[in-house]
Design a binder for this molecule. Structure first.
Ligand code: ATP
Ligand code: MG
Length: 409
């Protein structure tokens, strides 16, 4: 019997009470899209407490497993078969699954959700286990088995599945609103964006681009990062905003020791208009407390003082080693470490101020024509949508309709 049924367990959706079907439907749609990314068209079905996918004949379960294990909201995913919930069918499936697996001892893990099933989980394990021993000659080892077969009986259909692959957990994309994630090309910001994606946010990436300082190489990095992040979110819109005119105006008006803080405030001023267009509820940055001069509590206070929406900095309490470890796991690390110029290094002091105050910064900024500069930045902004498959499109499948949110020109 070919093992063509994928079983997806979800993470927190199980705690969502009456809203649960809504979360489940969202996850189902994202699983379907993720499989399409790898050329597999398959329907996703709902069973009590889990989702299943019957892979079409000829598709590679390994490819499907690997792809679904990246999707936000997936706790774990495994491959096996769905059979009628009776002892004979379950035993036959378990014997087949063992025959296809690596040699050695085995263990059965049984979860019986359907309480009308005549045997409890211990009795199922005992009876199916005896059939497996008889058919395979394998030994049972409940402590350190070489192979574990999972038997789930959530309804009149039972699932007999192999080892599971952990997913990111969290909530399905789009279930907690839209956010603008500031993506710099460094190590931190993609990890921060991913963490918010995992919490169900629908993220639009924004990069502020100093063309002269940074050149095109940084854009390639940012696009590659968006493609990796799209594995979790499905697709990632990216807005690239020309930042050089704004930075030149700041250099002309503001002393070098506070420029970094003013650049970061300038980003938030532009982002406000972008957030309106994207219908975003807040911003995401890769700040980690005290990591660099711009990330002292004083400077973050000065920077966030101009934000019109909440600024989420999910790495704020993380150490760099933890961020690096997560970046490696996600696959953003190798992209982030490609050399690039950081726009915030544009004509800043060697020893930037670490203890600024919002009122002092506001005074130093007096005379900067913010409205005109923001308008110029917006007029030059470019938006495209990146997919995990490497495709680029003009709009995302769930972009707000053009009528109330015209795309960035
Ligand atoms: P990262 O590793 O993400 O580059 P960092 O430790 O280098 O962060 P900063 O350069 O101070 O720190 O930037 C802090 C945050 O500001 C970044 O994590 C990012 O969210 C945002 N940011 C900085 N520069 C840009 C940019 N050019 N475009 C978009 N966002 C930016
Ligand atoms: Mg940086």
């Amino acid at each position: 019997m070919p093992l063509r049924t994928l079983v997806v367990h979800y993470a927190e959706i199980g705690t969502k009470g009456r809203n649960r079907p809504q979360f489940e439907r969202r996850l189902m749609a994202h699983l379907g899209l993720a499989l399409k990314d790898v050329g597999i068209s398959a329907g996703v079905k709902r069973m009590p407490g889990r989702l299943t996918v019957l892979l079409p004949e000829g598709s590679d379960p390994e490819v499907a497993l690997a792809r679904l294990a990246k999707v936000a909201g997936v706790a774990d995913v495994a491959c096996g078969v769905a059979v009628p919930a009776d002892l004979a069918s379950i035993s036959a499936a378990a014997v087949d699954l063992l025959a296809a697996g690596p040699p050695g001892s085995f263990k059965l893990e049984v979860r019986r959700g359907d309480k009308t099933f005549p045997l409890d989980s211990i009795a199922v394990a005992r009876q199916v286990g005896a059939a497996c021993v008889a058919a395979s000659g394998r030994r049972v080892d409940v402590h350190r088995p070489d192979v574990t077969v999972h038997i789930e009986i959530p309804s009149k259909v039972a699932l007999v599945i192999g080892p599971s692959r952990p997913g990111p957990g969290g909530l399905p994309s789009g279930s907690t609103g839209r956010l603008l994630a500031f993506l710099s090309g460094g190590l931190d910001s993609p990890v921060a964006a991913w963490k918010m994606m995992r919490r169900g946010a629908r993220v639009t990436a924004v990069h502020f681009w100093n063309r002269t300082l940074q050149g095109n190489a940084v854009l390639e990095k940012i696009e590659d990062l968006c493609r990796v992040l799209a594995l979790t979110q499905g697709e990632v819109p990216l807005v690239v905003v020309p930042f050089e005119p704004m930075q030149r105006a700041i250099v002309a008006m503001v002393p070098e020791h506070v420029r970094m803080v003013v650049y970061r405030r300038a980003m938030l001023r532009i982002a406000s208009a972008l957030a309106d267009r994207e219908k975003a509820l807040g911003y995401v940055t890769g700040d980690s407390l005290g990591q660099v001069a711009s990330q002292t509590a004083e400077n973050l206070r000065s920077i966030h003082a101009v934000a019109d929406r909440p600024v989420f900095a999910p790495l704020i309490g993380d150490d760099k080693v933890d961020v690096v470890a997560l970046a490696r796991k996600l696959g953003t690390f190798e992209i982030s470490i490609r050399p690039h110029e950081d726009c915030c290094s544009f004509l800043v002091a060697a020893h930037p101020a670490t203890r600024t105050r919002p009122d002092v910064i506001a005074r130093l900024e007096e005379g900067i024509p913010w409205d005109a500069l923001v308008a110029e930045a917006l007029a030059g902004a470019r938006r495209e949508v990146h997919h995990a498959s490497g495709r680029t499109t003009a709009v995302a499948s769930d972009d707000p309709p053009a009528v109330d949110a015209p795309p960035v020109p």
